[in-house]
Design a protein. Structure first.
Length: 122
């Protein structure tokens, strides 16, 4: 049950990030306006989309999930800084970061050993 919950919790932000990365690569109408609003040049859409997709795929692969989570944490930190700089709410980015690590903790026992949420007293 814990494993399925972890994959479900991991899957939600992964789907959002893969979709976001794909949109940056596809260049739909409104992308230029969105990037301008955030203060980013449109020429960075493709590199950011590639970074977003690669980091998410690393996160989803069991052998590289910890590296992916660390890289996505940095990516989400950049998203938070961008939204803070223009005075917009950034709670969604924080929640995505929490879901990334929460899902990973539930699906990978190595994380629990590294960062125990509750230490047992004996």
């Amino acid at each position: 049950m814990k494993l399925w919950t972890g994959w479900t919790l991991s899957g939600a932000p992964a789907l959002m990030l893969l979709g976001s990365g794909a949109m940056k690569l596809a260049g739909p109408p409104g992308l230029a306006e969105g990037f301008s609003h955030l203060g980013w040049p449109l020429k960075l859409a493709t590199p950011l989309g590639i970074v977003e997709i690669v980091c998410t795929l690393l996160y989803l692969a069991p052998r590289t999930c910890v590296l992916g989570a660390i890289l996505l944490t940095g990516y989400m930190g950049g998203a938070i800084a961008t939204h803070m700089r223009i005075g917009e709410p950034f709670i969604v980015q924080i929640l995505i970061g929490m879901a990334i690590w929460g899902g990973l903790c539930l699906r990978d026992t190595r994380i629990e050993q590294l960062i125990p949420a509750v230490r047992e007293t004996r």
